[in-house]
Design a binder for this molecule. Structure first.
Ligand SMILES: [Zn+2]
Length: 382
């Protein structure tokens, strides 16, 4: 029987090549601020793919930008982004392919966060080139030190980017997950100072900073404050020896919220409680706070979201629009005027040695990227 199926060139993923790229990338150790080696490998791919490459240097590292000019005019340029660093070193990584899944032997994390995203972007670009597909301009932004607080993204030269829409492949879970909202994230440090004294000879002269800190920690609101807001005290440090009434304690914590008012209310509640109890416990308190990043919220009615929904349906992928508790480079991009959606790269259980990815999800994510590039090429309004 003759096969009359017409192969859609936009779906001509090469799963073996995609897997090779993914394995090649996870073999390179690239903890935050150590992105040199992976970047030089990525540069080779980008140049082979016909992109111009720019290193944007900042303090401790750099970001890698690839630019591909499209033949189509009047098409919205799109930015595709992933981060090059992994949350920790993967030195000695042994990857295992088994039952349609890639994982490690348990000795290290896999680093699919975020190398799966990078591999998927590269595969989509290989298909574009191989099939000679028409598209608009594409900017590939590969950041560094994302895991240290979005450091690379914060140091991007936004004037050098012309895209006003971006896809950030940095969400875990099934393909089709799209993050429409992420919270604002603030961190704080409370420094408590009491009075030291010999604990055996004259404890009466001392004021315990640990006791005051314990009272404060027990009293401040934490955990899930409301559906949009969370708070946590993450570290406590202080005291010097068992025979000294402790003079100093430092507490660090964080607050995240999708709602600016709730953020402020929670912060006031925590800080006011801490100040009140410090006074009651006769210790000094100094509070410093720092905004890590601003949150974002994109409506499900947004046209870029609509376009992605259509692409998913076309590929028989069920879109799942979610609000996320964590931050990503998209928080920084959105703040800088680039409408950025975080989509799943298929990574599962990131930041653990159980991290894995399904082989088919690598292909599905690359297909989704191609689908979106195709849809943008057909949509002159975006
Ligand atoms: Zn990540």
């Amino acid at each position: 029987m003759k096969d009359n199926t017409i192969v859609d060139p936009w779906r001509c993923i090469n799963p073996a090549r995609l897997m090779d790229i993914f394995i090649e990338l996870v073999q390179i150790d690239s903890p935050s601020y150590n992105e040199r080696e992976i970047a030089s490998r990525l540069t080779k791919h980008l140049i082979e793919l016909g992109l111009s490459v720019e290193f944007q240097q900042y303090g401790k590292s750099f970001n890698l930008i690839g630019r591909k000019h499209g033949k189509l005019r009047g098409v919205a340029p799109v930015m595709l982004s992933s981060h090059m660093d992994t949350v920790e070193s993967t030195k000695g990584l042994k990857s295992i392919r088994e039952g349609g899944v890639v994982k490690t032997d348990g000795g290290t994390i896999l680093g699919a966060d975020d190398k799966s995203g990078i591999a998927e972007i590269l595969e989509a670009l290989y298909v574009l080139k191989e099939q000679g597909l028409p598209h608009g301009d594409i900017e590939v932004v590969l950041t560094s030190a994302e895991e240290r607080g979005l450091i690379g993204a914060q140091n991007l030269n936004f004037d050098s980017l012309k895209s006003r829409i971006a896809l950030v492949l940095d969400c875990s879970g099934g393909i089709g997950r799209v993050v429409l909202a992420a919270p604002t994230h603030d961190i704080y440090e409370m420094h408590i100072t009491g009075r030291a004294a010999h604990a055996g000879i004259e404890p009466e002269r001392g004021t315990s900073a640990i006791k005051a800190a314990a009272n404060i920690i027990a009293a401040v609101p934490d955990g899930r404050i409301d559906p949009n807001t969370t708070a946590n005290i993450g570290t406590i440090q202080g005291g010097t020896a068992t025979n000294i009434v402790p003079k100093e304690v430092t507490i660090t914590g964080e607050i995240r919220s999708h709602d600016a008012d709730a953020m402020q209310r929670t912060k006031n509640a925590i800080f006011d409680t801490a100040r009140r109890l410090a006074k009651k416990n006769q210790v000094k308190i100094e509070i410093r706070e720092n905004r890590q990043y601003h949150g974002f919220h994109i409506s499900e009615a947004d046209e870029f979201v609509g376009l992605i929904k259509n692409v998913c349906e076309d590929l028989l992928i069920t879109p799942e629009f979610i609000s996320y508790g964590g931050g990503s480079d998209a928080n920084i991009y959105n703040r800088n005027g680039i409408k950025s959606l975080v989509i799943s790269s298929g990574m599962q259980m990131p930041h653990t040695t159980d991290e894995y990815i399904k082989e088919e999800d690598l292909s599905k994510a690359a297909l989704m990227l191609l689908g979106i590039i195709k849809a943008l090429a057909a949509d002159s309004k975006m």
